[in-house]
Ligand binder design. Structure first.
Ligand code: GRF
Length: 239
Protein backbone atom coordinates (compact mmCIF):
# COMPACT_ATOMS: atom_id res chain seq x y z
CA UNK A 1 0.00 0.00 0.00
CA UNK A 2 1.15 3.54 -0.76
CA UNK A 3 -0.01 6.75 0.75
CA UNK A 4 -2.74 8.45 -1.18
CA UNK A 5 -1.09 11.00 -3.45
CA UNK A 6 -2.10 13.54 -5.96
CA UNK A 7 -0.24 15.13 -8.86
CA UNK A 8 1.39 18.43 -8.08
CA UNK A 9 0.43 18.45 -4.41
CA UNK A 10 2.23 15.49 -3.00
CA UNK A 11 1.23 15.49 0.62
CA UNK A 12 -1.84 17.68 0.44
CA UNK A 13 -4.29 14.96 1.33
CA UNK A 14 -2.68 13.24 4.26
CA UNK A 15 0.04 13.14 6.84
CA UNK A 16 3.27 11.46 5.75
CA UNK A 17 3.72 7.93 7.11
CA UNK A 18 6.71 5.76 6.25
CA UNK A 19 5.34 2.29 7.01
CA UNK A 20 2.38 0.79 5.18
CA UNK A 21 -0.33 -0.71 7.36
CA UNK A 22 -1.19 -4.36 7.56
CA UNK A 23 -4.63 -4.37 6.05
CA UNK A 24 -6.93 -7.20 7.04
CA UNK A 25 -8.68 -9.02 4.20
CA UNK A 26 -10.19 -6.36 1.96
CA UNK A 27 -13.97 -6.62 1.79
CA UNK A 28 -15.06 -8.46 -1.34
CA UNK A 29 -18.81 -7.97 -1.03
CA UNK A 30 -20.05 -4.63 -2.28
CA UNK A 31 -20.53 -2.07 0.47
CA UNK A 32 -24.03 -0.72 0.78
CA UNK A 33 -24.14 3.06 0.76
CA UNK A 34 -26.76 5.54 1.96
CA UNK A 35 -26.31 8.98 0.43
CA UNK A 36 -27.88 11.98 2.16
CA UNK A 37 -28.73 14.95 -0.09
CA UNK A 38 -30.54 18.30 0.03
CA UNK A 39 -29.48 19.88 -3.26
CA UNK A 40 -28.65 19.28 -6.89
CA UNK A 41 -27.07 15.90 -6.24
CA UNK A 42 -23.95 16.22 -8.39
CA UNK A 43 -21.86 14.40 -5.75
CA UNK A 44 -24.50 11.67 -5.51
CA UNK A 45 -24.21 11.35 -9.27
CA UNK A 46 -20.39 11.14 -9.27
CA UNK A 47 -20.42 8.44 -6.56
CA UNK A 48 -23.25 6.50 -8.20
CA UNK A 49 -21.38 6.61 -11.51
CA UNK A 50 -18.15 5.42 -9.86
CA UNK A 51 -20.10 2.49 -8.34
CA UNK A 52 -21.61 1.60 -11.72
CA UNK A 53 -18.14 1.80 -13.33
CA UNK A 54 -16.80 -0.47 -10.56
CA UNK A 55 -14.32 2.14 -9.39
CA UNK A 56 -16.02 1.85 -6.00
CA UNK A 57 -16.70 -1.57 -4.48
CA UNK A 58 -20.13 -0.40 -3.46
CA UNK A 59 -23.71 0.28 -4.44
CA UNK A 60 -26.01 3.17 -3.64
CA UNK A 61 -28.71 1.36 -1.68
CA UNK A 62 -30.77 4.38 -0.63
CA UNK A 63 -30.93 8.16 -0.87
CA UNK A 64 -32.04 10.10 2.20
CA UNK A 65 -33.23 13.69 1.94
CA UNK A 66 -35.02 16.39 3.91
CA UNK A 67 -36.34 17.79 0.62
CA UNK A 68 -38.52 15.39 -1.41
CA UNK A 69 -38.23 17.43 -4.62
CA UNK A 70 -34.52 18.29 -4.64
CA UNK A 71 -32.32 17.35 -7.59
CA UNK A 72 -30.70 14.50 -5.68
CA UNK A 73 -34.05 12.81 -5.03
CA UNK A 74 -35.09 13.29 -8.65
CA UNK A 75 -31.81 11.67 -9.72
CA UNK A 76 -32.49 8.74 -7.37
CA UNK A 77 -35.99 8.29 -8.76
CA UNK A 78 -34.71 8.39 -12.34
CA UNK A 79 -32.16 5.68 -11.49
CA UNK A 80 -34.44 3.42 -9.46
CA UNK A 81 -32.62 4.13 -6.20
CA UNK A 82 -35.04 4.06 -3.26
CA UNK A 83 -35.44 7.40 -1.47
CA UNK A 84 -36.59 8.07 2.09
CA UNK A 85 -37.13 11.40 3.81
CA UNK A 86 -35.59 12.66 7.01
CA UNK A 87 -36.36 14.63 9.04
CA UNK A 88 -40.07 15.21 8.54
CA UNK A 89 -40.61 18.38 6.45
CA UNK A 90 -43.35 20.79 7.58
CA UNK A 91 -44.98 20.62 4.15
CA UNK A 92 -44.88 16.80 3.93
CA UNK A 93 -44.87 15.36 7.47
CA UNK A 94 -46.71 12.22 6.34
CA UNK A 95 -43.74 10.92 4.33
CA UNK A 96 -40.92 11.81 6.76
CA UNK A 97 -39.20 9.33 9.09
CA UNK A 98 -38.52 9.76 12.80
CA UNK A 99 -34.92 9.27 14.08
CA UNK A 100 -35.79 5.77 15.25
CA UNK A 101 -37.42 4.89 11.93
CA UNK A 102 -34.41 6.25 10.02
CA UNK A 103 -31.96 4.11 12.01
CA UNK A 104 -34.19 1.01 11.64
CA UNK A 105 -34.48 1.61 7.88
CA UNK A 106 -30.70 1.99 7.50
CA UNK A 107 -30.17 -1.20 9.50
CA UNK A 108 -32.84 -3.10 7.56
CA UNK A 109 -31.12 -2.05 4.33
CA UNK A 110 -27.80 -3.30 5.77
CA UNK A 111 -26.10 0.03 5.15
CA UNK A 112 -22.32 -0.08 5.65
CA UNK A 113 -21.51 3.59 5.13
CA UNK A 114 -23.41 6.87 5.13
CA UNK A 115 -22.22 9.60 2.77
CA UNK A 116 -23.41 13.17 3.21
CA UNK A 117 -23.46 14.92 -0.15
CA UNK A 118 -24.84 18.40 0.29
CA UNK A 119 -27.16 17.38 3.15
CA UNK A 120 -28.02 20.57 5.01
CA UNK A 121 -29.38 19.13 8.27
CA UNK A 122 -27.33 18.12 11.27
CA UNK A 123 -27.05 14.33 11.55
CA UNK A 124 -28.56 13.38 14.94
CA UNK A 125 -26.21 12.00 17.59
CA UNK A 126 -28.17 8.72 17.64
CA UNK A 127 -27.32 8.15 13.95
CA UNK A 128 -23.66 9.13 14.49
CA UNK A 129 -23.50 6.68 17.41
CA UNK A 130 -25.10 3.91 15.34
CA UNK A 131 -22.46 4.35 12.59
CA UNK A 132 -19.12 5.12 14.30
CA UNK A 133 -16.34 5.99 11.80
CA UNK A 134 -18.78 5.11 9.03
CA UNK A 135 -20.17 8.52 8.03
CA UNK A 136 -18.37 10.83 5.59
CA UNK A 137 -19.13 14.36 4.46
CA UNK A 138 -17.71 16.55 1.72
CA UNK A 139 -17.29 20.22 2.57
CA UNK A 140 -16.46 22.80 -0.14
CA UNK A 141 -13.51 24.46 1.67
CA UNK A 142 -10.30 23.49 3.41
CA UNK A 143 -11.41 22.70 6.96
CA UNK A 144 -11.02 23.64 9.73
CA UNK A 145 -11.36 27.10 8.11
CA UNK A 146 -14.69 28.20 6.63
CA UNK A 147 -16.76 25.46 8.27
CA UNK A 148 -19.37 25.01 10.97
CA UNK A 149 -22.97 26.15 11.37
CA UNK A 150 -24.02 28.59 8.67
CA UNK A 151 -21.14 27.74 6.33
CA UNK A 152 -22.91 26.07 3.43
CA UNK A 153 -23.38 26.66 -0.30
CA UNK A 154 -22.27 30.02 -1.69
CA UNK A 155 -21.80 31.39 1.84
CA UNK A 156 -18.62 29.32 2.06
CA UNK A 157 -17.21 30.57 -1.22
CA UNK A 158 -18.15 34.20 -0.47
CA UNK A 159 -16.29 33.95 2.84
CA UNK A 160 -13.24 32.43 1.12
CA UNK A 161 -13.13 35.22 -1.48
CA UNK A 162 -13.69 37.91 1.19
CA UNK A 163 -10.76 36.52 3.21
CA UNK A 164 -8.34 36.84 0.29
CA UNK A 165 -7.24 33.22 0.74
CA UNK A 166 -5.25 31.92 -2.23
CA UNK A 167 -6.29 28.31 -1.75
CA UNK A 168 -9.59 26.59 -1.23
CA UNK A 169 -10.79 23.09 -2.11
CA UNK A 170 -12.87 20.19 -0.90
CA UNK A 171 -12.38 18.43 2.42
CA UNK A 172 -13.70 14.92 2.97
CA UNK A 173 -14.08 14.19 6.66
CA UNK A 174 -15.71 11.76 9.04
CA UNK A 175 -18.85 13.07 10.68
CA UNK A 176 -19.50 13.64 14.36
CA UNK A 177 -22.40 15.41 16.03
CA UNK A 178 -21.23 18.93 15.06
CA UNK A 179 -21.25 20.52 11.61
CA UNK A 180 -17.92 20.08 9.72
CA UNK A 181 -15.89 19.04 12.77
CA UNK A 182 -15.04 15.33 12.44
CA UNK A 183 -11.60 13.93 11.52
CA UNK A 184 -10.26 14.95 8.11
CA UNK A 185 -9.71 12.09 5.66
CA UNK A 186 -8.59 13.95 2.51
CA UNK A 187 -8.29 17.41 1.02
CA UNK A 188 -7.58 18.80 -2.43
CA UNK A 189 -6.09 22.27 -2.69
CA UNK A 190 -7.38 24.48 -5.50
CA UNK A 191 -5.65 27.74 -6.44
CA UNK A 192 -7.76 30.85 -6.05
CA UNK A 193 -6.95 34.04 -7.90
CA UNK A 194 -7.73 37.33 -6.13
CA UNK A 195 -9.92 38.17 -9.13
CA UNK A 196 -12.02 34.98 -8.83
CA UNK A 197 -15.68 35.49 -7.94
CA UNK A 198 -17.42 33.17 -5.43
CA UNK A 199 -19.14 31.55 -8.40
CA UNK A 200 -15.81 30.76 -10.05
CA UNK A 201 -14.43 29.37 -6.79
CA UNK A 202 -17.56 27.21 -6.37
CA UNK A 203 -17.09 25.76 -9.86
CA UNK A 204 -13.39 25.02 -9.33
CA UNK A 205 -14.03 23.35 -5.96
CA UNK A 206 -17.03 21.30 -7.11
CA UNK A 207 -15.00 19.94 -10.03
CA UNK A 208 -12.47 18.58 -7.51
CA UNK A 209 -15.19 17.25 -5.19
CA UNK A 210 -16.35 14.99 -8.00
CA UNK A 211 -12.88 13.39 -8.10
CA UNK A 212 -11.91 13.43 -4.44
CA UNK A 213 -15.13 12.13 -2.89
CA UNK A 214 -15.43 8.99 -5.08
CA UNK A 215 -11.73 8.27 -4.43
CA UNK A 216 -12.32 8.46 -0.69
CA UNK A 217 -15.40 6.26 -0.89
CA UNK A 218 -13.47 3.75 -3.02
CA UNK A 219 -10.76 3.62 -0.34
CA UNK A 220 -13.34 3.16 2.41
CA UNK A 221 -15.12 0.37 0.56
CA UNK A 222 -11.83 -1.45 -0.12
CA UNK A 223 -10.51 -1.31 3.44
CA UNK A 224 -7.85 1.27 2.53
CA UNK A 225 -8.59 3.61 5.41
CA UNK A 226 -6.72 3.05 8.67
CA UNK A 227 -6.56 5.10 11.87
CA UNK A 228 -3.64 6.69 13.65
CA UNK A 229 -3.56 6.04 17.40
CA UNK A 230 -4.61 9.65 18.02
CA UNK A 231 -7.75 9.28 15.87
CA UNK A 232 -6.50 10.75 12.58
CA UNK A 233 -7.62 8.66 9.58
CA UNK A 234 -5.11 7.67 6.89
CA UNK A 235 -6.06 6.90 3.30
CA UNK A 236 -3.95 4.51 1.22
CA UNK A 237 -3.77 3.71 -2.48
CA UNK A 238 -3.31 0.09 -3.63
CA UNK A 239 0.37 -0.70 -4.36
C1 GRF B 1 -21.16 20.59 -2.42
O1 GRF B 1 -20.46 21.77 -2.72
C2 GRF B 1 -20.70 20.01 -1.11
O2 GRF B 1 -19.37 20.31 -0.82
C3 GRF B 1 -21.58 20.67 -0.10
O3 GRF B 1 -22.81 20.82 -0.73
C4 GRF B 1 -22.63 20.86 -2.16
C5 GRF B 1 -23.53 19.81 -2.72
O4 GRF B 1 -23.57 19.84 -4.10
N1 GRF B 1 -21.60 19.94 1.13
P1 GRF B 1 -24.37 18.70 -4.90
O5 GRF B 1 -25.78 18.69 -4.36
O6 GRF B 1 -23.66 17.41 -4.66
O7 GRF B 1 -24.31 19.14 -6.32
Amino acid sequence: MKLFKQDGCRWARHSCMSLPPVIEDSPTEKCRLAIFVSGGGSNLKSIHKACMDEQINGEVAVVVSNLPTCGGVLYAQAHEIPAVFFPKAKATPEIGLSKKQLISSLQALEIDFILLAGYLKLVPKEVVDAYPRKILNVHPALLPAFGGKGFYGMRVHKAVVASGARYSGPTVHFVDEEFDRGPILAQQAVCISPTDTPKIVARKVLQQEHKLYPECVAALCSGRVTWRADGVPIIWTPS
